[in-house]
Design a protein around this ligand. Structure first.
Ligand code: FAD
Ligand code: NA7
Length: 536
């Protein structure tokens, strides 16, 4: 009913993860818009469609790794443990898709390859790898922030005679690892999970570690029906608290400085958090300054190093596993990682000490020898945040490409919009919140839907932020990041994990509560509507 001449759809939505699915629901079911959606996967799920590797588990607790907008959906939610396995989350995404009848708007197995803003019509022209071109007034991208895979380029990769898989491209038919010699490159969140899961199954597991990580127990346990009923009875409060907190992981961030309490008290608090489980909990629920004050950070780091030394029996392996740098990456948690190295069939290769030289037909050659393998697993992470954007030939005003626009690092006003790219709404775009993600995704999709409705009601053709507002927001993100220790640790949070990638501020580290306040306070005052007409 909003169809204009030459306009195929009111909105195109890209992505069928939490973000894309909720966007289709809001725009199509609530606003009554004509929506076309795409995903290059064969079905819904996004992250949880692709990441089928053994051991894949959420590190957000089950009760909070879901959408909150629908009371019945929350009420019907079910889970076994306090964390969710990949099949459980994928099952949940399917429930969401069925409940809101979302699949009928999607074309699956279809990649958006190009999208150009036409300044004469004010429409986006969206091209797919199936050769289709459609026009839409609004474009909502839920391309995923940990979605574009990072596969390092080793010499001789194509000569390896065994099988090679990236964890986020794990075949849905599974991979038979029984009795095989398996190598894993990477010891981030994913590597840690896959290592624990496959160690008991394989004949021998060789872990190629470049940088050791701090990891704490996840605290995996079953949740009784009574526990779940209590959570459900308190959901309103729970979501209110999460959305006004910083990291939205379901606890209050601590306000006590680690350096202002005694060593004994530090130890007690860390021990308690270690026993409770959870990476974000360990970093943010224990003390207020672990991610801020080097001394507090060192106290937490020392505690974890001490645990590694206690758990790992072989002193040389323990030494290699002990990180020496700051505890300032996304805080990991695991279900028995360090203990896995006490198994006879698991060995650790430090590829910082002995770098990988090449892949050979038989396996991996490092500077200290050749490791023969049947299967090599890349747990090497993602080209995070902008990785899927720069893969699309995306052009805004004046034909500027997104790669040109983001030459100094990707930017997004409020994490969602961009000057030069009118009517483009990014879900989890650059400079958005760093949290348990579903509540941030919901916050953004709700803002996007409200904004679209506002435009439709007022009859506006275009919206874009002002240059000043975008620059100020990027500056705000930079200054908040600089108050923390995170920029000093090399990780995907600042683009430091990809060779040649711009080291920039990719997130708003001010917390979800403050982010939501910022959205409320800003209103539309930093946006320009119908820019072209204003300039006539
Ligand atoms: P995604 O779920 O990544 O979906 C994006 C979709 O867009 C993908 O299907 C992709 O193929 C598609 N797409 C991209 N580009 C194109 C294109 N050009 N054309 C067509 N389709 C395209 N977050 C947490 O908060 N807690 C956790 O415990 C947690 N665990 C995680 C574990 C793993 C292993 C990974 C990889 C991520 C985890 N995350 C976690 C982050 C997770 O990505 C988000 O929580 C959330 O799933 C993101 O949803 P999304 O809809 O924004 O993107
Ligand atoms: P991460 O956290 O980026 O971890 C990737 C791992 O792969 C990390 O240990 C890297 O070592 C290692 N890596 C990457 N490239 C290489 C090369 N070339 N050689 C050796 N080792 C390499 O990705 P994850 O998938 O584990 O987690 C990402 C997020 O997704 C996570 O926070 C969850 O939210 C889900 P490095 O540390 O760079 O030395």
């Amino acid at each position: 009913n909003h169809k204009t001449k030459g306009l195929d759809f009111d909105a195109v939505v890209v992505g069928a993860g939490f973000g894309g699915l909720y966007a289709v629901h809001k725009l199509r079911n609530e606003l009554g818009l004509n929506v076309r959606a795409y995903d290059n996967g064969a079905d819904v799920g996004g992250t949880w469609y692709w990441n089928r590797y053994p051991g894949a588990l959420s590190d957000t607790e089950s009760f909070l790794y879901r959408l909150s907008f629908d009371k019945e959906l929350l009420e019907e939610g079910d889970w076994k443990h306090n964390y969710l396995t990949q099949p459980e989350i994928l099952g949940y995404m399917n429930t969401v898709a069925d409940r809101f009848d979302l699949r009928r708007s999607y074309q699956f197995n279809t990649k958006v390859t190009a999208t150009h803003f036409n300044e004469e019509t004010n429409f986006w022209e969206v091209t797919t790898d199936k050769g289709e071109i459609v026009t839409a007034k609004f474009q909502v991208t839920g391309l995923g922030l940990l979605s574009a895979t990072n596969v390092p380029k080793f010499k001789g990769m194509e000569t390896f005679k065994g099988e090679q898989y990236h964890t986020a491209r794990w075949p849905s038919s599974g991979v038979d690892l029984k009795g095989k010699r398996v190598g894993v490159i990477g010891t981030g969140s994913t590597g840690v999970q896959v290592i624990i899961a496959i160690a008991p199954e394989v004949e021998h597991l060789t872990v190629f570690q470049r940088t050791p990580q701090y990891s704490v127990p996840i605290g995996l346990r079953e949740q009784s029906d009574a526990d779940k009923a209590e959570i459900k009875a308190n959901y309103e409060e729970i979501w209110k608290q999460a959305k006004s907190s910083a990291v939205a992981f379901g606890f209050e961030e601590s306000t006590i400085s680690a350096v202002e309490v005694s060593k004994e008290e530090q130890e007690r608090v860390f021990e308690e958090a270690w026993n409770t489980g959870g990476g974000f909990r360990f970093m943010f629920n224990t003390f207020s300054d672990i991610a801020i004050n080097p001394e507090a950070n060192e106290a937490a780091a020392n505690f974890i190093r001490k645990k590694i030394k206690e758990i790992v029996k072989d002193p040389e392996t323990a030494r290699k596993l002990m990180p020496t740098g700051l505890y300032a990456k996304r805080p990991l948690c695991d279900n028995g990682y360090y203990n896995t190295y006490n198994r006879d069939n698991v060995s650790l290769v430090d590829v910082k000490e002995n770098p990988i030289v090449e892949l050979t037909p038989k396996g991996v050659r490092t500077t200290d020898g050749e490791y023969e393998l049947d299967v090599l697993i890349y747990a090497t992470g993602f080209d995070a945040v902008d990785g899927n954007y720069t893969k699309i030939d995306m052009r805004g005003r004046g034909g500027v490409t997104v790669s040109e626009k983001w030459a100094d690092g990707p930017t997004g006003y409020l994490g969602m919009t961009n000057t030069d790219f009118p009517n483009l709404f990014m879900i989890l775009g650059p400079n958005g919140p760093f949290t348990n993600l579903p509540p941030s995704i919901e916050t953004q999709v709700e803002w996007i839907a409200d904004t679209v409705k506002y435009m439709v009601d007022k009859g506006f053709s275009t919206i874009e932020p002002t240059v000043e507002a975008e620059n100020d927001w990027v500056e705000t993100c930079r200054s908040i990041a600089d108050m923390t220790l995170f920029p000093k640790a090399e990780s995907w949070i600042f683009g430091a994990n990809i060779p040649g990638k711009k080291n920039a501020v990719y997130f708003y580290l001010g917390g979800l509560g403050n982010y939501r306040k910022a959205l409320e306070e800003v209103g539309y005052k930093n946006f320009v509507f119908d820019h072209a007409m204003a300039n006539v």
